[in-house]
Design a protein. Structure first.
Length: 166
């Protein structure tokens, strides 16, 4: 049995530049991760897979942060496990597994803010057209839309495969 992939609790570094893949565990992010692996392999770049956890979109009242620290740690651990499973799932489905440099990152914060801050110095950002948001009728989700308009590097948006489009 192989050791689990390590997951870093900090954003990816801007050097060396690589392919940054946003992954929230949705089908769209898995398709994007597959494409990110292809891009990283094609350009011989490292692949940085990033999951962002926003445990409280509205913040905590004074004193509450200490009370929820254990829950946040469990949430981060769960997202790290999910990120490992996402990579394993995509690798198993590929005809040729990705063999390049790979780093997994789980970071706390606002999803869009963290993702955009991580694009500085990167070669490419790869995102799915839609993630886990509830508005499936939209062509682009809020994260992919923000990425297109505000990323510091080129953005590749990966749509669902033709058989999965609605």
């Amino acid at each position: 049995m192989t050791d689990p992939l390590p997951v870093l609790g900090e954003p990816p570094a801007a050097a060396p530049p690589g392919v940054l893949a946003a992954c929230d565990g949705s089908d769209g992010s898995l398709w994007a991760l597959d494409r990110a692996m292809t891009e990283a392999q094609l350009f011989a770049l490292p692949l940085y897979v990033l999951a962002v956890v926003n445990p409280s979109p509205t913040g905590y009242p004074p004193g509450m942060a200490e009370l929820v620290r254990e829950s946040i740690e469990r949430l981060v651990d769960s997202m790290a496990d999910g990120l490992r499973r996402a990579v394993a799932t995509v690798q198993a489905a590929r005809t040729e597994p990705y063999q390049g440099e790979l780093a997994l990152h789980v970071v706390l914060g606002n999803v869009i803010e963290v993702l955009l801050s991580c694009t500085t110095g990167q070669h490419t950002l790869v995102v799915g057209a839609r993630g886990n948001g509830g508005f499936t009728r939209l062509l682009l989700g809020s994260v992919s839309s923000a990425a297109v308009h505000h990323s510091a590097c080129p953005v590749l948006i990966v749509p669902a495969p033709p058989a999965r489009r609605q």
